[in-house]
Write a protein that binds this ligand. Structure first.
Ligand SMILES: Nc1nc2c(ncn2[C@@H]2O[C@H](COP(=O)(O)OP(=O)(O)OP(=O)(O)O)[C@@H](O)[C@H]2O)c(=O)[nH]1
Ligand SMILES: [Mg+2]
Length: 447
């Protein structure tokens, strides 16, 4: 049992109709009773005045009380619903702290729920997605996750693989009682199909969680910042005819359908520059390219796709082989003295006159459309869960060849996969304080 009684505001800070302050721990009832000058709570919800240590009124509040273990955390929990003034909330929290409560850390309520087995790890993580989802797809998926859909799939995999393991072990222990033919029929393709689908789903949910990281890259002065402003429909990034205007990254979010696109304007890349600041900007741009999902490669149509553009383009492709690249020929409004050579496929735009952008937007829509880019997506699988699934997939794929002979090794492998699957939902073997704190620390305070 946790010794401390924790307290935090559960609703957002600021002016609101109602603010909720939650307290969890074995002293929660005692503190709430003192504040409300009561001996006990007659009902689960009570309307009562709250008083500070000097007998001044704090506020009139609705007090909800949940006796352990029938509460979110599994401990005694009190919820104060007070008027949504931040001063009231602060006074209330200060008084509770004076009476023995401590300020909760980020995610500590959910962490306690997990430690008290009120929630498994999958559901705990689904709650985080549920709170943070900025689009309907992720919201729906995290509700599915909370509803146990992902758990069902993991349980199914566990059952299937356990059955296979049992038959192998029976064969190894009593070879005469188990027919060879049954062992030869073993295959885990069905499990692999499910795991692969889940990994696909994880990639999509990650995309929806983080957004498609998109960098606008190109040589100086080709109109990268103008393009950013055009897409955002506001003067966000400084535009000037001076080469090397943009130095630092400018980041903004754009929604394409339901998918957030994290647009990043970068410094124009001119390898010959002697300017130290510009060089730093270029270095940063290349560091960024390594982790990018999509590159909008801009060149100046009035100058054509020059040798420098070509060189830069090749270098970028080399730097990040996985990123999708869309090439944009900007300044289509200017006369093109030399049309681009080399059959390079590009979209003609003019950031100045706002033309051609609809083709780019259409391409972006196609890119993020489910079937094409991200497969099925009905679960909000986290990065942690995805990494474990990838591990399972690799072990199972490497185990296929063992069916025909090395059954001992195969059973060891299946045991490891089962252990990883268990870890996904229960968090078993993840008991290191550090890992759990990192997981729950990404929640907000009061959750
Ligand atoms: N004619 C024309 N000029 C444009 C167009 N897009 C940008 N420009 C001009 O090109 C110049 C450079 O534009 P920026 O958007 O600052 O270019 P950039 O690529 O961000 O430049 P750096 O940050 O220096 O690398 C400015 O004078 C813009 O007005 C366009 O479509 N047509
Ligand atoms: Mg710029």
């Amino acid at each position: 049992m946790n010794k401390s009684t924790i307290i935090a505001q559960s609703t957002v800070s600021g002016v609101s109709a109602i603010a909720v302050v939650r307290m969890s721990g074995h002293r929660a009832f005692e503190i709430a009773l003192k504040l409300s000058k009561k001996e006990f709570f007659k009902n689960q919800i009570e309307l009562s005045w709250l008083y500070d240590s000097l007998n001044n009124k704090i506020d009139q509040a609705l007090i909800l009380n949940f006796k352990a273990p029938a509460s979110f955390t599994g401990e005694d929990v009190i919820e104060f619903h007070v008027h949504g003034n931040q001063l009231i909330v602060e006074n209330l929290i200060v008084e509770c702290i004076k009476l023995g409560a401590v300020q909760a850390q980020a995610g500590e309520f959910t962490q306690r729920a997990f430690l008290n087995k009120k929630l498994d790890l999958i559901k705990s993580e689904a709650i985080r997605d549920l709170i943070y989802s900025k689009n309907h797809k992720l919201l729906k998926a995290s509700l599915n996750q909370l509803n146990g859909k992902f758990n069902e799939k993991i349980k199914f995999l566990e059952k299937e693989l356990l059955n296979i393991l049992i038959s192998i072990q029976a064969y190894l222990d009593f070879p005469s009682d188990v027919e060879d033919i049954n062992i030869k029929k073993i295959n885990f393709d069905k499990c692999l199909i499910i795991i692969n689908r889940l990994i696909e789903s994880a990639r999509s949910s990650n995309l929806f969680r983080k957004g498609l990281k998109t960098a606008i890259i190109g040589r100086p002065n080709v109109g990268k910042s103008s393009l950013l402003n055009c897409l955002l429909n506001e003067e966000r990034s400084i535009v000037s005819s001076t080469s090397g205007t943009t130095r630092d990254f400018i980041r903004e979010e754009l929604l394409i359908g339901d998918v957030p696109i994290l647009l990043i304007d970068t410094a124009g890349i001119n390898k010959e520059t002697n300017c130290e600041i510009e060089q730093k900007g270029i270095k940063k741009a290349f560091e960024l390219i390594e982790s990018i999902d999509l590159i909008l490669f801009v060149f100046d149509l009035s100058k054509g796709f020059t040798e420098e553009d070509q060189r830069l383009f090749e270098e970028i492709k080399e730097f990040n082989k996985d990123a999708k690249i869309i090439i944009l020929g900007n300044k289509a409004d200017l006369e093109a003295p030399q049309p681009p050579k080399g059959g390079v496929k590009f979209i003609k735009i003019s950031a100045k006159e706002n033309t051609g952008l609809e083709i780019l937007i259409k391409e972006l829509h196609e890119l993020v459309s489910f079937d094409k880019f991200s497969g099925d997506f009905e679960l909000s699988i986290t990065q942690r869960q995805c990494l474990s699934l990838i591990q399972c997939k690799e072990i199972l794929e490497n185990s296929k060849s063992l069916i025909t002979g090395q059954l001992e090794l195969l059973s060891v492998n299946l045991e490891s996969v089962l252990k990883i699957l268990k870890e996904i939902s229960s968090g078993e073997n993840l008991d290191s304080e550090e890992i759990l704190s990192a997981l729950f620390g990404s929640f907000c305070i009061g959750k």
